[in-house]
Design a protein around this ligand. Structure first.
Ligand SMILES: Nc1ncnc2c1ncn2[C@@H]1O[C@H](COP(=O)(O)OP(=O)(O)OP(=O)(O)O)[C@@H](O)[C@H]1O
Ligand SMILES: [Mg+2]
Length: 303
């Protein structure tokens, strides 16, 4: 369900004077972000829904002197491949339990298929994207995640297998791209101290990258309008306290938990603002950054 499936056709019907006015309106926003680094996480659930405007938006950012770093997910694509191969998977709080066989598939889909599709899409729009996983240049050093669950009042540990969390992001590796035309596209795979491979939630990676490079903004593009309350109404802004309460009450669940936690950590870590927004909307990034109609998703601000 894409709210506007063909943005290019839509743009053809706009009066040229109005088009020019829209471009001119973008100038102060472009100036505000020029020279700054923005981390954009493209969720696997939003992929292919925005009529491929994502790649064009990212190229436009780089063209006007902003430094986008792309981190991508791939939950549904991993799920489809595991199903094709007959491997079952289970989730705990939005994290996929990952045994060695699953890890192989996760790496193949994320660092192989999806990463290269995204790189190719950005390059097809005239950009110069380079795909990286956390293994390249030891970009994301990770450690195993530990989780516990409480059932009938008894707490027990859950072994999630090769699910990791970032311990260190090599900001110097990403710094190289800031001085070039290259747009880094990162697959959320981490490498452990002994060289083992970890599956990391892509939101968590995006947050760690944003903190490491001191990004101005973190944009998380997903397949819902933003954080929804118990009545499924969009919350335009959310505080740390409200988010924690909603997680406790089960109103925020599954894949939205790491997303919200990432935003809270990112703003704590110095990122000015983090936004969870609908990546299915064509040109979601341009709408958020360059127009007066921003504020469509859920904003998490420092303080
Ligand atoms: N309070 C909430 N408001 C909005 N969505 C919520 C809420 N609680 C849980 N969700 C779920 O979170 C989902 C988004 O997270 P999900 O992990 O599925 O996608 P993603 O992170 O964009 O993609 P990927 O995991 O592939 O990177 C929504 O589709 C929705 O089902
Ligand atoms: Mg997710």
């Amino acid at each position: 369900m894409s709210p506007n499936p063909d943005a290019r056709t839509a743009a053809q019907h706009i009066d040229p004077v109005a088009k020019a006015a829209v471009l001119a309106e973008a100038l102060p926003y472009m100036r505000r972000y020029a020279g700054h680094t923005l981390v954009v996480k493209y969720g696997g659930h939003a992929m292919g829904e925005g009529g491929d405007s994502f790649a064009r938006d990212v190229v436009l950012l780089k063209q006007v002197g902003i430094h986008p770093i792309v981190v991508h997910g791939g939950g549904p694509q991993i799920g489809q491949m595991l199903k094709r191969l007959g491997v079952e998977s289970r989730f705990v709080d939005g994290l996929r339990i990952t045994d060695a066989a699953t890890m192989e598939v996760v790496e193949m889909v994320l660092a192989g298929a999806i990463n290269k599709q995204l790189v190719a899409a950005i390059n097809a729009e005239g950009g110069c994207a380079v795909g990286l996983s956390g293994k390249d240049g030891r970009l994301i050093e990770a450690k195993k995640v530990t989780r516990s669950k409480i059932e009938n009042g008894v707490r027990s540990d859950v072994d999630l297998g090769f699910v990791g969390e970032p311990q260190r992001v090599a900001a110097d590796v990403l710094g190289i791209f800031k001085q070039s035309d290259i747009i880094p596209v990162i697959a959320p795979i981490g490498v452990g101290a002994a060289g083992e491979t970890y599956n990391i939630n892509a939101d968590t990676v995006a947050g760690a990258v944003a903190a490491a490079v001191k990004a101005t903004r973190l944009l998380l593009l997903t397949d819902v309008a933003g954080v929804l309350d118990a009545d499924k109404r969009l919350l335009s802004e959310i505080s740390a306290n409200a988010a924690r309460r909603m997680i406790g009450e089960g109103i925020i669940y599954g894949g939205m938990i790491p997303k919200v936690e990432t935003c809270l950590d990112a703003v704590d870590g110095g990122v000015e603002a983090a936004v969870i927004l609908d990546g299915r909307v064509p040109h979601a990034i341009l709408l958020e950054l360059f127009t007066d109609t921003s504020g469509a998703g859920t904003l998490i601000r420092a303080g």
